[in-house]
Design a protein around this ligand. Sequence first.
Ligand code: HEC
Length: 270
Amino acid sequence: MKCCFLIFIFFTTTLFASPQEDSQNIRYFYQQLFPNVPLDNYADGVYAFDVDANNAWQAINEFPPYEFDLDQGEVLFNTPFSNQKSYADCFANKGIAIAQNFPYWNDETKEIITLVLAINQCRIDNHEPKLNYESAKMNYLTAYMAYTSRGKRIQTKLPNPALTAYESGKNYFYQRRGQLNFSCASCHIDNAGKYIRSEILSPALGHTTHWPAYRLKTQKLGSLHTRFKVCNKLIRADIDAAQSQSLRQLEFFLSYIANGLPLNGPSIRK
Ligand code: HEC
């Protein structure tokens, strides 16, 4: 009963709320649902509140299966392009410890720039072919860049011109879709912490903290947008492409509400 009441409050306050209110409402909602989970732990997804899953996960983390991928990422990151420049030349602080600043609103191109998009832009600027957004190489690179940013706190800025992109991302999150007519919120807010088949549903707060994630099911790294696609497939909805405008705006919304949470990618997920 308490839970239904909370959901009612949540929905009546959500639709017309400002971004700051969105963030506060979402945090308050989860705080009531998981009173013992400290805010920072939301970076750990379901492992923040499920003790059994957390124990198994901690054990796997002792010898993380993404270790080799991380090494490959570092090599790729440091290998010069054919013009002798490298990724370090494209980013602030030579690309080290900067993942917390993505995604951001680019006022010149009027769009959301994710880390993945910026990596490809760097390649284009240096006359290198683009990488497939969901390729192993892209995941190795983002794994390495995320690793150097561990512990940094998400800093998603929301200047006025970015409000429309934020609202689009938010609408995407609450919009029901697919043959099952679910929204992201149906699972990751209304039913967070509950089981769906053999999986526990994670809270949306913290959804952007830990990418790429090594999935034990697929035995490889996958990106945040790959996960969005998997979720849309679960509910038999249209699959938006990785790095499409709509998925970047969705990432922007989720990242904004997670402001201040620590990054801890790459990570391991079931
Ligand atoms: C039918 C329920 C369902 C819907 C609807 C759904 N998901 Fe998921 N999602 C899951 C399950 C199950 C998992 C794996 C367990 C977990 O981490 O929540 C998952 C995982 C995720 C993760 C990874 C969490 C982590 O800690 O690594 C993200 C991010 C995510 N979903 C985002 C979304 C977004 C955005 C939408 C809307 C486009 C969405 N999901 C819609 C069921 C759903």
